[in-house]
Design a protein around this ligand. Structure first.
Ligand SMILES: *Cc1c(COP(=O)(O)O)cnc(C)c1O
Length: 433
């Protein structure tokens, strides 16, 4: 598989290079030069397969020249060994729970797969890398847990002191081994700036192999298509269209689904559901992509003012708005609507949703109300409600049952190193460790 940059100003690379570079030097994003169009027989044949088997078959179509089949199979089977419940909440509405992995958020799919892919390449090249990542909360836990004990990889996670929830902090600071947490006396933006400076620092880069675990990495994107295949294999029906509502921030999750659709997966529509950070729904309406500083909402893992995967989606459709509109519908909802949805669904069907999942629910509901044609709708549940209890109305958060894994982490002592938001401090730390 060759990958090109959406900016088209840097050279094509192979998969291994794209994984370790993360971003092309021209600041575009990597996309496969050729997306194989798979016949209907392939998609129909998934019906009789397990989730892991179909995930492997799909990944193998993209990666067969990059990773030996037996190894890819092992990676898929080991990284994706958790349940994906699909639950009917109302007639023609299903929630697909993508949060049964170790960090209780859908980012486990991407982070775990990427960690194993990197370790595989490093075992062959006999290299070691240092991963630097800045987190405002949710990504950090998935990365820490995904890369925990990965051979050849040291991970340093920077997070803003006092600005992530207690449970999120514990997910980063209690693992030990190859996972190091740096508690930065500053904001999330400071953390991101420090990481950026590190990648540009010649001395640091001459002494260590730095890499990122950014959400735009192609190895995080590929596994985020697997569950669309799975839902399709279970819910498809001859003449009722299948639609997905995806709670979106950086648009990686929906982007992965659109790639699968380009490869032939018979899905009728994707609903891009956002909070007040409605850059993409506005683009779909007006044709103008107008990034803005993000605003704070209760679905804060989607507080993104410049969705980085938009460049991929734009390129998949050759920048043709009409073509994008055929496949993607966009809606946005404010916090009041989101809270009301959490309350309503709990009262009606006794189901608790995190705020992100509630935004997806609202998007699907609105689509099915506006669209005359009957459809089977799936909204993606991206985080366990226990991870966002502080963002939920108290009558609901009182009802949340905290999973044992999270309860146990809360009891463990945290280990972090405090630094100031100064690049010299970060550099010093990296050299010493
Ligand atoms: C990251 C995240 C999202 C948004 O996913 P994107 O791929 O960035 O669009 C939604 N919900 C939760 C819980 C997340 O952590």
């Amino acid at each position: 598989m060759k990958l090109y940059s959406t900016q088209r100003k840097s050279e094509d690379v192979n998969f291994e290079e794209a994984v370790f570079k993360g971003l092309p030097p021209d600041n575009g994003l990597y996309l496969p030069s050729v997306l194989p169009l798979l016949p209907l027989d392939f998609w129909h044949s998934l019906e009789s397969k397990s989730f892991q088997e179909m995930a492997f078959l799909y990944a193998n179509e993209l990666l067969k020249d990059e990773i030996p089949e037996n190894i890819l199979k092992e990676i898929v089977y080991e990284t994706l060994s958790f349940e994906i419940p699909i639950i009917e909440t109302e007639e023609n509405m299903y929630v697909m729970e993508l949060f049964q992995g170790p960090s209780l958020a859908f980012k486990d799919f991407g982070a775990r797969f990427m960690a194993r892919i990197m370790s595989y390449f490093l075992s062959i090249s006999k290299k070691e890398i240092n991963i630097l990542v800045a987190t405002s909360g949710d990504t950090g836990g998935a990365v820490a847990m995904g890369f925990f004990n990965s051979p050849g990889i040291k991970v340093t996670i920077l997070y803003p002191s006092g600005k992530v929830s207690n449970l999120q902090e514990k997910q980063l600071t209690t693992l030990g081994a190859n996972i190091h947490a740096l508690e930065v006396n500053g904001t999330f933006d400071d953390c991101q700036k420090l990481v950026k400076e590190a990648f540009l620092d010649a001395e640091l880069n001459s002494k260590m192999n730095l890499s990122s675990a950014n959400s735009i990495n192609i190895a995080r994107l590929i596994p985020q298509a697997f569950y669309y295949l799975y839902a399709y294999s279970i819910l498809k029906s001859e003449n009722i269209p299948l639609v997905f509502s995806v709670p979106s921030g950086n648009f990686g999750n929906i982007g992965a689904g659109l790639i699968a659709k380009k490869m032939g997966l018979p899905i009728d529509k994707f609903i891009a559901s956002t909070n007040a950070n409605n850059i993409v729904p506005q683009y779909l309406k007006t044709g103008i992509f107008n990034p803005r500083p993000s605003v704070r909402t209760i679905s804060n893992a989607m507080d993104v003012g410049n969705p980085s995967n938009f460049a991929r989606i734009h390129d998949l459709y050759s920048g043709n708005l009409e073509e994008v509109r055929k496949d993607v519908v966009g809606y946005w909802f404010d916090d009041i609507q989101t809270e009301k949805a959490m309350q309503d669904v709990y009262e009606k069907v006794d189901y608790l949703m995190c705020p992100h999942t509630a935004v997806a629910y609202l998007g699907l509901k609105k689509y099915q109300e506006e669209c005359k044609e009957k459809s089977t709708g799936v909204f993606l549940g991206t985080a366990h409600p226990a991870k966002f209890m502080h963002e939920m109305p108290s009558n609901l958060s009182n009802k949340v049952i905290i999973p044992d894994s999270l309860a146990n982490i809360a009891l463990k002592p945290k280990t972090s190193t405090k630094i100031n938001a100064e690049f010299a401090d970060l550099k010093n730390y990296l050299f010493k460790n």
